[in-house]
Design a protein around this ligand. Structure first.
Ligand code: S3P
Length: 178
């Protein structure tokens, strides 16, 4: 295990593997794994889909921003964020303040395949989820690109390969800084 102290923040569309990869990277580098969606569900005592239904997306977005903000006090975290974190401009400085921001990418087809396994995501409860994914991706791609310090396409990577690529980049950056 290589011990790393910096916060690592994973951003990217639903189904790009932020949580599973985040958990693996945290384990490999001795950091605490944090998932903003999970924190929100725990604090609110209800599912995200329920929040969307009862209070609307805007409510969820406000909680998401304050959750992100609350993580700034701590280091040594690998943070998986919700896919829509980039849609609120006020999250950009928070993400940068937190640490190293990595954008996980995957092909649209692969994303559709992965999210089809789980029907809980409120934004995909539409008549044509395939088109919703395509439209959301088109509107968000430039936002992920603008906010990230580094990006990796996970489509043809195993979890292990993707984790190693991200960790190598973190180590490379640290050695350049020092
Ligand atoms: C969302 C993605 C979800 C969750 C919420 C909204 C989005 O997280 O935060 O349903 O706007 O893309 P995942 O990216 O972990 O699925």
């Amino acid at each position: 295990m290589i011990a790393l102290q910096e916060n690592l923040i994973l951003v990217g569309f639903m189904g790009t593997g932020k949580s599973s990869l985040g958990r693996l990277i945290a384990k490999k580098t001795g950091r605490r794994f944090v998932d903003t969606d999970q924190l929100i569900v725990r604090n609110e005592g209800r599912e995200i889909s329920q929040m969307f239904k009862e209070n609307g997306e805007d409510y969820f977005r406000r909680i998401e921003t304050s959750t992100l903000s609350s993580l700034r006090a701590t280091g040594g975290q690998v943070i998986a964020t919700g896919g829509g974190i980039v849609t609120r401009p006020e999250n950009t400085p928070l993400l940068h303040e937190l640490g190293f921001v990595v954008w996980l990418q995957a092909d649209e087809e692969e994303i559709f395949r992965r999210v089809s396994r789980n029907s809980k995501r409120p934004l995909l409860q539409t008549e044509n989820p395939r088109k919703t994914i395509s439209d959301l991706l088109a509107s968000r791609r430039s936002l992920y690109e603008a906010v990230c310090d580094f990006s990796i396409d996970t489509t043809h990577f195993s979890q292990k390969q993707a984790a190693e690529a991200v960790i190598s980049e973190e180590i490379r950056r640290l050695s350049v800084q020092n």
